[in-house]
Design a protein around this ligand. Sequence first.
Ligand code: PLP
Length: 384
Amino acid sequence: MWDKTSIRVQHLKPSAIRKYFAVPSDVVTLGIGEPDFTSPDKLIAAAHESLKRGNTHYTANAGIFELRQAISDKLDELYGVKYDPESEIIVTVGASEALYLAAATILNPGDEMIVVTPCFVSYQAAVELADGIPVEVPCRLEDNFDLNVQAIEDAITPKTRGILLGFPNNPTGAVASREKLQQVADLAAKHDLAVISDEIYERLIYGVEHVNFASLNGARERTFIVGGFSKSYAMTGWRLGYVCGPKHLIPQLYKIHQYLIMSAPTIAQEIGIVAMRECEPDVERMRQEYDRRRRLIVDGLNSIGLYTFEPKGAFYAFPYIAETGLDSTTFADRLLEECKVAVIPGCGFGQCGEGHVRTSYAVKYENIEEALNRISDFVTKLKK
Ligand code: PLP
């Protein structure tokens, strides 16, 4: 049997949270990280039309120009940041590919990347796949999960090449403040670091401002903005995202994308244009429903006695469960086993996620109500 696999893949740990996704039908799941909504009708109709027109071929490597133009227009309209659709935007297979392209472009083997945690499970893996070393820097509950700029500076070494951060945040729901983000931008300039800013949840915010990292003073020339369609437009299965960056760096990402992927799925790109140009009402409809569920879950968890920071973005709440005396894995395993509710152990999102579990409110309102009843019974039982 041939088994000489690379050290790179041997070292890569399988995602610790997958087992909480495939659960039996009697389980109420707060585990999933994707919208429960189907993509807007308009997009499905546009996909049919596009297929009927025979759009089954590759596109330009960087993506259909009209889509890049739509992305450029949207970023300008929302944040006043200007990216040239010709030379500064690549359409990717989800934000996932964009994260890897940026990491692989920045890192040499053994270089360090500061990864702000808790974070999406793929960040550390993207760095490792690019032969880099992820260095976790936590955001703390006592700071409302905002950036700890001093801790980031303390983690910088001669090997540090960049900072990878994602706000609105999965799993905490925190939205970083403009002030702290500017301080990170200043730090990156001072130490000559790149920044990868994953802004995939940018449109799912509740009563606060989302700050695009490239809009900060002095940040644009060293920043990669990672974005996508999965969350805002309920398009996870279409696999569509993008990366924007300065003219002098995008050709480097483009080389990897060109050889690895060729071009993102054509039909997804076609409907991405429609999403950006015509689906604002759908984005708002879904955002409002998430907001309603957000209030239910945060109030519910707090009244059960699991202290929950009020998330301002994305669709997750991250209750503190350490006072139950259980670690996050035991809490999630026992809750699943004994009360048939799926949540994700916080330790899956970086070491500092321990003591929390991630609950998603991208599930139906009634399911959240039922899950809260069951969690309440579980916590009451633990106290006895
Ligand atoms: N970034 C964050 C913070 C996410 O939570 C996810 C998916 O859960 C992704 C990126 C990946 O998104 P995509 O479906 O666009 O690959």
